[in-house]
Design a binder for this molecule. Structure first.
Ligand code: FAD
Ligand code: SF4
Ligand code: SF4
Length: 1001
């Protein structure tokens, strides 16, 4: 194909215009960023592209946006509206002033139950909206996979489509009106024709000119706009001559908002959107059809849609295998399989009548039987089981992106839409195209509407760009042959705008340019998208262009597992350490972040507490990963030790939420250890950090003189003094030192112990009663127990956690080595190593494995358990005889330590507590408690720490009745609960083992 370039726009990476910064600073109240690191954090989205913006504005309100557009217009500076930045095609990447609407412009403005309409600001996130709407019995049904982060402004910008579009349509079918601001400052509500009569003269004139273009191009529209539901490329010029198989409006009339939908921020700024909502379906059922081949699955989609399902979604063999390899997804996917299918289709039926979805499932089963596939349908009736499987499907792309090595699944033909009758042939022929180009793709998603997602694996640092173009050429020829749409879901952006002319022809492309000129004569709104685009394979726009360099660096931890290359065809990985990373795997580990923005979710799970309380990109896992990537590739001063990295990591509480919940396993807590290690090598450690890091050393002195060490909370003025000298917040109480440490009071060990209790510094010196209760519980269950001890004359054993946190890796390694020396003989005998403090014990299964401690560390990791994990595994193995009786309490409220959650070690806690007769256990769906070791004690972090606790944990604790037990496994969590509920309704939390011990018969 000849690239259809008409006056391509030049992207000139450049410095900041001082006039712009000065003018904006005096015009807006919101946050403005022009520094290199902040611009770098806004230079990417979930695409392959990266372009530094000129600056970033986080507007406080609509007036800020108005002022910024005025300044930009006067200075001729381009503007780029941005939501969550989860676009896959480079829509939110550009040399412009980025305006991020997510932090402040996120209110639901109005709900009209009778009209079934809701009006929202552009920064409202879809899940947030649907949570708001649920009590009203309605929802906004464009259910994109990125519902936890995608904003309504961004969804409208991209004309997004959900899994259930066959039933509900795309954004364009569900937006009633858009309140827009043009670059010249005009504001107006764009909506149905009648409404436009009330618009200002400039907009009435604009509407008339648009109408004229529509009239003029009627024939071209009929000829060139694909007649499929999923067509999101170009502008929706077919508002003037409807082509979609699902009309945009019921009566075919023009709605001018629909022209803004899908315009990718190139025409106007969306101030507010009025959306059509629909009643929540009361009953759903899901049938999973298992197919012997992908071809049969695709062939069957056409028949299945005749049963009027609300969704038909494909998951192919590779995706099934990847889901099986993920511990969280394995049981869910396996429950949906019959044998070893090559592909499955998820077929959903909804109805208000209770038995209707089940009846439809029977129809589905009968249909498959008629088609020669009897016994292939797994019915899922329970809502929880359905949701779990939908979550696996929604995670599809992210599961794929967890592939290590430079070859990654690349998004450029990932959402072509073809009519259903051609779907099977299209898939087969495109698979052959991939094979010829030495790659493969994984197929999944919206079989119901002929939009299958597929991303061939390409290495953009090497031959990826050439292969991308070649595959795009062949894919487009197939799409044309089947009369499909080249852009069926994710929009045009930088990767597909070049194909707009190919799809719509020169005449409609000129019409698109004319539409753009009517709205935005100077071409300032998100230039280079939809009209006048650059080439898709312009390597100067790539995040990882050929020649991408990482600054050589020797990390302190072992990252070699990431330093690999993959073979696109055979799916094999090269040996650890062979990937050619100049940072020995650290850079490739950081590059695992693909910018999909899932860490912006705020409702469930742990990730990412600092974002949840600040809503700042810098305090988000993605923002941190981007900062680290820039630092590692020479884009920021001072590499990992520099100020930009330090600032970005400052509020990271090392909760490891991202380690588990980031779909590609970005492990920021480990990166932070690495960064702090380099920082202290160049800057040294501050006094407070030295004191905190060496706590396990001076803990022995504190135990000898607890009265002296506890003076700080008793002596008037001492707290203020420690704040001045050490930066420990005066409002915090400090943990109380004890003279009766476990090591002094534990008594004799049992002979030939089967369990060895590792009492970490905090348990030993601050809460020895927890360890005593652990000994009681273990012995009551019949185990022979010993307490792990250091050789005589040495300091008590320690996992080294406090030094790890400070980045003092040499000391941390020495401590780990001592612990290993003490425990290895027990491990060799087959004893279990059991601990109480999650952050200490779990470091034996995490950081110990990348500290160069050798094979003994691997063996220890296999045998190290939190006490509840150990007991529960014994219980499940039928080996546990723990005599428990009922307590006076009938309920327990359980808060999980973040590291427990990151290692899926909270379920055993709940399971063991539920062994207590009559005790109901509620788990708080809390993120980090905010204390996070020393973080919550630090004066500059006190407010952030409490804000994290106030997200869900403290309100849940306060709401619990007085006779509900509050249970928390982490010492910091217990302290935060006590501090956070001081005053009228103080609550103390217990370690779970104390509750078990109190229930011993
Ligand atoms: C893993 C993954 C899964 C995805 N699944 C789906 C899916 O199921 N369905 C789907 O359709 N898409 C999907 N996407 C693409 C993307 O998530 C959606 O397009 C989403 O709706 C974008 O929302 P956002 O808030 O991130 O918008 P952004 O990416 O920030 O912006 C999108 C566009 O809207 C414009 N825009 C944003 N705000 C405004 C405003 N106030 N005024 C004017 N223009 C504005 C931007 O300039 C940009 O062009 C997926 C992406 C990923 C990474
Ligand atoms: S850190 Fe993980 S969840 Fe966040 S954007 Fe990167 S890959 Fe996505
Ligand atoms: S470790 Fe926790 S705070 Fe840090 S980036 Fe990950 S989720 Fe966020």
């Amino acid at each position: 194909m000849n690239a259809p370039l008409t006056q391509p726009l030049q992207f000139v990476p450049g410095g900041v215009d001082p006039a712009l910064a000065t003018r904006l600073r005096s015009a807006v109240r919101g946050e403005l960023y022009f520094d290199r690191a902040s611009r770098g954090r806004y230079a990417t989205d979930a695409s392959i592209y990266q372009v530094d913006p000129i600056g970033v504005l986080v507007p406080r309100d609509d007036a800020d946006v108005a002022a910024a557009l005025d300044v930009c217009r006067e200075l001729g500076v381009p503007v780029l509206p941005r939501g969550a930045g989860s676009s896959q095609c480079g829509q939110t990447v550009g040399h412009a002033l980025v305006i991020d609407h997510t932090k402040h412009l996120n209110r639901v403005l109005q709900f009209e139950p009778d009209e079934l309409q809701v009006t929202v600001e552009p920064g409202v996130v879809l899940d947030q909206l649907n949570a708001w709407l649920r009590p009203h019995g309605v929802w906004f049904a464009v259910d994109v996979s990125t519902s936890a982060q995608a904003t309504l402004g961004g969804m409208a910008g991209n004309n997004s489509c959900g899994s259930r579009s066959i039933a509900y349509g795309n954004m364009v079918h569900n937006v009633h009106a858009i309140d827009a601001r043009l670059i010249d400052g005009t504001t107006a509500s764009f909506g149905p024709e009648a409404q436009m009569q009330e618009a200002p003269a400039r907009v009435r004139e604009l509407a008339a000119q648009l109408r004229a273009i529509g009239q003029r191009e009627r024939d071209a529209i009929a000829e060139r706009v694909p007649r499929v539901l999923r067509r999101v490329g170009g502008y929706n010029i077919d508002v003037f001559n409807p082509q979609s198989v699902r009309p945009y409006t019921r009566d075919g009339s023009v709605n001018y908002a629909h022209l803004l939908v899908g315009s990718e921020g190139t025409l106007a700024w969306t101030r507010a959107l009025t959306l059509d909502v629909v009643p929540l379906p009361r009953h759903r059922a899901l049938g999973v059809v298992n197919f012997p081949t992908l071809y049969r699955a695709m062939e069957s989609a056409r028949d299945i849609v005749t049963l009027t399902p609300t969704a038909v979604e494909l998951v192919d063999r590779t995706m099934i295998d990847l889901a099986r390899a993920n511990p969280a997804f394995r049981p869910v996917i396996e429950a949906a399989l019959i044998g070893a299918p090559d592909a499955i289709l998820l077929v959903e039926f909804c109805s208000d009548a209770a038995d209707e979805p089940r009846r439809r499932l029977d129809d589905l089963t009968a249909l498959m039987g008629d088609r020669g596939l009897p016994g292939t349908v797994v019915p899922l009736i329970e809502p929880a089981a359905q949701k779990a499987l939908w979550d696996v499907r929604k995670a599809g792309l992210n599961i794929m992106m967890s592939m290590r090595g430079d070859g990654k699944p690349v998004s450029f033909i990932e959402d072509c839409a073809v009519p259903l009758e051609h779907l099977a042939d299209y898939v087969e022929r495109l698979t052959e195209v991939f094979r010829r180009h030495g790659t493969r793709g994984t197929w999944y998603a919206h079989a119901s509407v002929g939009t299958l997602h597929v991303r061939p694996i390409l290495d953009m640092r090497r031959d990826g760009a050439a292969k991308m173009r070649a595959i795009a050429e062949e894919a487009s020829a197939l799409v044309r042959a089947y009369k499909g749409a080249y852009s069926g879901e994710h929009g045009d952006g930088l990767v597909r705008s070049e194909w707009v002319e190919w799809q719509f022809g020169p005449r409609l492309t000129r019409a698109f340019e004319a539409i753009k000129a009517l709205f935005d004569p100077a071409g300032l709104m998100n230039p280079g998208k939809i009209v006048r685009p650059p080439r898709m394979d312009d390597a100067t726009l790539f995040r990882f262009p050929p020649g991408y360099r990482v600054t050589p660096l020797t990390p302190a931890l072992d990252w070699s597992a990431y330093d690999v290359q993959n073979d696109a065809l055979t799916e094999t990985l090269s040996a650890p350490g062979s990937g050619g990373d100049a940072a020995h795997g650290l850079a490739k580990a950081v590059e695992m972040c693909n910018n999909n923005g899932h860490c912006r979710k705020f409702d469930a799970g742990t990730m990412c507490p600092s974002y949840r309380v600040t809503r700042d990109e810098i305090h988000l896992t993605r923002g941190r990963a981007n900062t680290l990537r820039l630092a590692l590739s020479g884009g920021l001063e001072g590499d990992l030790a520099g100020d930009a990295v330090h600032t970005a990591l400052e509020l990271c509480v090392s909760c490891k939420g991202c380690r588990r919940e980031c779909p590609t396993g970005v492990d920021m807590a480990k990166f932070k250890i690495e960064a702090r290690h380099r920082r202290q090598a160049t800057h040294g450690l501050a006094l407070r950090d030295r004191v905190v890091a060496s706590l396990p050393r001076w803990a022995a002195w504190a135990a000898r003189m607890p009265g002296l060490f506890n003076l700080r909370d008793r002596l008037p003025g001492a707290a203020a003094l420690t704040e001045r000298v050490l930066g420990i917040d005066a409002r915090r109480s400090l943990p109380r030192w004890r003279s009766d440490t476990l090591l002094r009071t534990a008594g004799a060990d049992d002979a030939d112990p089967s369990v060895v209790l590792f009492a970490d510094t905090f348990t030993n010196a601050l809460e020895p009663e927890n360890a005593h209760d652990a000994l009681r519980v273990l012995r009551a269950a019949g185990y022979r127990v010993a307490v792990a001890r250091a050789p005589a004359g040495e300091a008590p054993l320690c996992c080294g956690r406090t030094w790890l946190t400070a980045g003092s890796l040499d000391t941390a390694r020495r401590e780990a080595q001592r612990l290993l020396d003490a425990l290895a003989p027990h491990v060799a005998r087959g004893a279990a190593i059991v601990g109480l403090e999650p952050s200490c014990l779990l470091s034996l299964r995490d950081e110990f494995l990348v500290m160069g401690l050798g094979e003994r560390a691997d063996a220890l990791a296999q045998r190290a358990f939190l006490i509840e994990e150990f007991l529960d595994a014994e219980r499940r193995g039928g080996r546990l005889a723990l005599p428990l009786r009922a307590l006076p309490h009938s309920r327990a409220l359980l808060h999980g330590h973040c590291h427990q959650k990151a290692f899926d070690a909270l379920k055993p806690v709940r399971a063991m507590l539920q062994e207590i007769p009559g005790l109901a256990v509620d788990v708080v769906d809390s993120s980090c408690c905010g204390m996070a070791g020393a973080f919550g004690y630090e004066a500059e972090h006190y407010d952030t720490s409490l804000a994290m606790a106030e997200l869900t944990l403290l309100p849940a604790v306060r709401a619990a009745s007085r006779d509900t037990l509050i249970v928390a496994g982490g010492t910091s969590c217990r302290h935060q609960i006590a501090d956070g509920t001081r005053g009228t309704n103080p609550r103390a939390a217990l370690h779970p083992v104390r509750v078990l011990a109190s229930a011993l018969q």
